[in-house]
Write a protein that binds this ligand. Structure first.
Ligand SMILES: NC(=O)c1ccc[n+]([C@@H]2O[C@H](COP(=O)([O-])OP(=O)(O)OC[C@H]3O[C@@H](n4cnc5c(N)ncnc54)[C@H](O)[C@@H]3O)[C@@H](O)[C@H]2O)c1
Length: 274
């Protein structure tokens, strides 16, 4: 391995699937994977849901990701699907196989968030967050497992959160789901190791994205409130740009990380150091 390029992912000839790719971190990931040489299937729900209260990505946003990938001379496949729906997820993965005939990289990124004390969470709110953020990861990976196991270098990266390793008040459902993603990552890493597939989790801190902005608007928070509530315990007290999370993803997909599996990589301004 050439140490000068050891940390750079070369995904030439590979195919990646990114969920929640219409905007925010998923958009950044999808475009960077294309820049690294991959053809990319970009999946998003492309409609608002009853939970959360903030808007989700639109079809126009997903189409813009597709156009950006295509402008880099890579192929892009838009997939409008809800990770809560097994039939839609199965059909989306079948479309990936039909279009590209293979899948090498899966990034489970789609998620939603709401905030309230646990005793005030509605059944529907709990169900939506756990079904999207945890079960959606299992469901998508289950559907894609056959293709990933046939890849010569299958890689799965699940986007958890610092809330996957510690509790945050008024996010019990999100904390439970993101802890679940960490456990699921480890379990899948064990079960896929014999096929040479690595499975890792990234744990972002407070990231500059429509999720953070949407939740702040929904809760009526000022930027100062956001700072006080979600940033104060980072050692580096700044909102993290999405492309820094993408940088961690690219390292996990590089040859330098060939023997990294079952790992949790925090990109959190040091929040988990406390
Ligand atoms: N923003 C933060 O501060 C932060 C912090 C830690 C972890 N994360 C995690 O990072 C990931 C990306 O979040 P983001 O900040 O880019 O948020 P975002 O809201 O901008 O992006 C999430 C994407 O997922 C899509 N999505 C939501 N529900 C879906 C469903 N049922 N099926 C398919 N797609 C669906 C949305 O349309 C959206 O495009 C998430 O897993 C999130 O939990 C975010």
């Amino acid at each position: 391995m050439d140490v000068r390029v050891a940390g750079q992912a070369d995904l030439t000839g590979q195919v990646a699937l990114v969920t929640g790719a219409g905007r925010g971190q998923g958009r950044s990931h999808a475009i960077a994977l294309a820049a690294a040489g991959a053809d990319v299937a970009v999946l998003d729900i492309c409609r608002d849901a009853e939970v959360p209260g903030y808007p989700l990505a639109t079809r126009a946003e997903l189409d813009d990701v597709v156009a950006t990938v295509e402008s880099m001379d890579r192929r892009a496949l838009p997939l409008v699907a809800d990770v809560r729906d097994p039939d839609e997820v199965t059909a989306a993965v079948a479309a990936v196989e039909g279009t590209f005939g293979r899948l090498d990289v899966l990034v489970n990124n789609a998620a939603v968030v709401t905030s309230a004390p646990f005793w005030e969470l509605a059944e529907q709110e709990w169900a939506a967050v756990v079904d999207t953020n945890l079960t959606g990861v299992w469901r998508t990976t289950k559907a894609a497992a056959g293709l990933l196991r046939r890849s010569p270098r299958g890689r799965i990266v699940n986007i958890s959160s610092t809330a996957g390793q510690r509790a945050v008040p008024e996010f019990a459902h999100y904390v439970a789901a993101k802890h679940g993603v960490v456990g699921l990552t480890r379990a899948m890493a064990i079960e896929l190791a014999n096929d040479g597939v690595t499975v890792n989790a990234i744990l972002p801190g407070a990231v500059d994205s429509p999720m953070l902005a949407g939740l702040a608007v929904e809760l009526g928070l000022t930027p100062e409130d956001v700072h006080k509530r979600w940033l104060h315990d980072q050692l580096l007290i700044e909102v993290i740009p999405a492309d820094e999370v993408t940088g961690a993803l690219l390292w996990l997909l590089s040859d330098a990380a060939r023997h990294v599996t079952g790992h949790c990589l925090a990109v959190d301004g040091g929040a988990l150091a406390r």
